[in-house]
Design a protein around this ligand. Sequence first.
Ligand code: NAD
Length: 435
Amino acid sequence: MQQYDLIIIGGGPGGYECAAAAAARGRKVALVEKSQLGGTCLNRGCVPTKCLCAAAARIIDLSDDADFGIEVGPWSADFARARSRAEGVISELRCDIEAMLSNVDLYNAEARLGEGHTVIAGADFLKGHEIVIATGARPAPFPAPGGEYVIDSDDFLKLYSPAEAMAIVGGGVIGVEFASVLAAYGVKVTVLEYCAEILPGFDAEVAKRLRTALTRRGIKFITSAKVTGVDASHTVNYEAKGKSLTLECDMVVSAVGRRPVLPEGLDKAGVATDSRGFITVDETYCTSAPGIYAIGDVNGRCMLAHAASAQARIVAGISESMGVIPSVVFSTPECASVGAKVDDSPAYSAVKIPFAANAKAQAEGSAAGLLKLVYETDSRRIAGCQAVGAHAGELIALAAMAIDAGNTIETLAHHSVFAHPGISELIQQAAAAAK
Ligand code: NAD
């Protein structure tokens, strides 16, 4: 039996970050990973998707009709090559993770939890003073008959050749990012979304703006549509406006959320799950079993890689604020959100600024966009920010820092100097426009 201060199950952004941080603080750490280091984010999530999004953005730039005076000769876009390029990026980033874990004992096995803080990793028996479960999530099963004719996000990211006409079930973050990529490659894409607007949970006005921009790029959205089944010829059956309707296509992608991946032995270890199947944790990410923690997607608190990493650092003993977690949709254009939305409370006000009011956005030919800055009406403290447009994902990082720092509208408008012309000025322009 090998003894450790800390045993971590799962080598994604939660697991590897926790292992590296704990080892750097002098603890004896084991990390058990059944597949490859990097988890969903690196291997079949954020990183390959962002590689495809980057390729799509280049195609869209080439096809842009902004009058830059650039004549583009014949060109072609090869999806398979963009996908292959992602493998190189993944390998390089995996090397960085391996280097981070030089002081950690790695076990390449499927871990099971046992009694008394034990972990069985293949032929190895480990005992840990503390254990961290960071096993992530997997695509939710297709919620209607015909799941065998549908691919999920894992399958999508293994594709080297998309079909001519594709339906995406689910207009959440994954559905929207995939649709944005596919449309750039000329695929006829239809997104079917159950809710009245895409990106439920985002500010509805910003989500609508994004939908309009993506519709202009040729993507068809069918909202308030409940998909009820798919048949062998890839006909999607759905209900909308009280009618039963069908959509013909060549391939159907399911993007209807994710479910936790639970290691075997939770009952033996005394770890409880909630009604949705996620591991129950308290504010320190401790499970119902003292000394056993659960971080990242498996606890269902915030299913984002950077949230998992922040939770990891907290469990490793590093003080971290979890109050403000930005969320970015890497479509073209991008869409991003941090903190409160104006509809969250009557105590909030919002000020909006179009990207068209920004010199850099105009110069770049990306004037179609909107930034919304949310603040507490009485205290004038910044409470949130949502944006759709070029660089929206980078832009809201500034708002996140302002929220964390407790900045007010006046601080942003008058106490900070922003470089001109810069997209970041949009934050200051919005603050200056607040009544
Ligand atoms: P999601 O929950 O964001 O969206 C799923 C969508 O499917 C919802 O809008 C839902 O209304 C819809 N839906 C469900 N059943 C349906 C049906 N029968 N018919 C039509 N629509 C239906 O889930 P996701 O997009 O799969 O993403 C999973 C998780 O991964 C999310 O938590 C997301 O934040 C995270 N993620 C984040 C990023 C990012 O930050 N860039 C990228 C990918 C994934």
